[in-house]
Write a protein that binds this ligand. Sequence first.
Ligand code: BGP
Length: 465
Amino acid sequence: ELKQFPEKFLWGASTSAYQVEGAVAEDGKSPSIIDMYEHPKDVADFSVASDHYHRYREDIAMFAEMGLKAYRFSIAWTRILPGGTGEVNAKGLEFYGNLIRECRKYEIEPVVTMYHFDLPYCLEEKGGWLNRDTIDAFVNYAKVLFKHFGGEVKYWLTINEQNTMILHPGAIGLPNGGELPSKKVMYQQNHHMMLAQAEVMKLFHQMVPGGMIGPALNLTAMYPATCRPEDAIAAHNWEVLRCWNFADVPVYGWYHPLAWEYMKDRKIAPEVTNGDREILKNAKPDFIAMNYYSTATIAASRGDASDVAARAGDQQIMLGEQGVYRPAENEYVGKTQYGWVVDPVGFRYTLRKTYERYRLPILITENGIGAPDTLEEDGSIHDAYRIDFIREHLHQMKLAITDGVDMLGYCPWAAIDVVSTHQGYRKRYGFIYVDRDEFELKELKRYRKDSFYWYQNVIRENGKS
Ligand code: BGP
C-alpha cells in the first residue's frame, strides 16, 4: 500500500548565493572564484543574477504564499569573511541574519549551504584547496556561522556537490579556464575538503546541539548498458568513483575500498598526514543531502575512451575512462533539450541505494528541469513540462518511502529563476519567473508560473495522491 509523506515533511525549494543574489561587489563582499571567471560573452554573468540581495523580502513573501516549509539557500563566504579568514564583515552577517529572520517570520525553515562553488578568490590565490590552510579557513568560517546563526538555523549543508567540483574541475572552480589539474591534484584537493568537512561537522555538534548537518552530493545510480557481466562491473566502477567514494568518507570515515585501490594503483591517492584518519573518523553527518537530476548508463571500457565527464556547448555529454567505464545510451529514458537524462524511476532507485548504504535520513536539496520558459502577454507562464517532471519524481519518492527509505524533505531546484551555472538566464528552473533577458535586465519583475500554483497545492495537500 502506498505510504503518504510524513507529517513534518520539509516541502521546500532551493537557490545558491552566486546564482540568485547579484550585488557581487556590495557591502564589503570580496570576489569569489566564480566572480573571477573569464565569463563567456554569450551568456549572462552573475553580477545582478535575480537581484535577490535587494529583493529577498518580496521573494520570501512569495515563497510563503507558495506554502514553502523550507528554503534552501547558500551563504556567500565572501560576504562573511571578505579576506577568506580574519575580519568578519558586519554587513554580511546582517544580510543573512535578515534573510533568516524573514524566513522564520513565515515559519519557513532555513536550510543553509555553507559553501556552494564560490570559494573566496583570495584563498584560491594562495593555492585554494591544495593548501591545507584552506581547511583552517573553512573551519574558522564555520565557527562564525554557527556562533551567529546556530540558534536560528537547524539544518546545515557543508559543501554543495563536492563530487561535481572534483570530477568536473574545468566546469567549476577553475578560474580563467586554466589547465585542468591532474587527478592527483584533484584527489588531494578532495582530501582537504573532506578533512575540512569532518572538522566542521564535529565543531557543529559541539556548538549547535540539536541541529542537523550533512554533505550535499550529486548522487546518480548507474545502469549497466546490457546484462553482460563486464558492463555491470563498469557501471559499479563509475557509481563508486562518482558517488559512493564521496559519501563514504563523511559517513564511514574513510574512502570507499574500491576507490582507494583505484587511486593507489594509479598513483593518484592523496597524501595522508598523521592525524587525518582520526579527523575523518571522529565526525558523522546527521543526514545525507542529495541533488538528483539524472541517471547514467555505463558499458565496459573499450580501451579507447579518453578522460572524465565534460560538456559540449549546451549539451551535457560524458566521456569515459580507459579501463574503467564507458558511457552508453539508454533507450528507456528521455532527455531534456540540454541532453540531461530524465529518469524518475532512477530517482527511486538512487534513493533506495543511498539509504541502503548509509541508513541516514535523506533530504533532497536539488531536483528539477531547466527550460527556456515563455512569459505570455497576460503574465502567465505555462510550464507544464516542469509540473510533469516534478510530479513524476514526487510519485517515485513516495514509492521510495513506501519501500522504507527515510525522507526528510524535498527542496527542488529552484525556488525562483536563477542564473544557470553554464547557460545563463535562458535555462530556467524556478517556480517564479524573473523578467529579465540574458543581457537586458528590464525590471526583474516576478511572475508566478503554473508550477507555482501546482506546487502550492501539492504542499497544501502534503503531497497526497
Ligand atoms: C547543480 C548545482 C546548481 C544548479 C544545478 C543546475 O549541479 O548544484 O548550482 O545550477 O546543478 O545546473 P545548471 O545550472 O548547470 O543547469
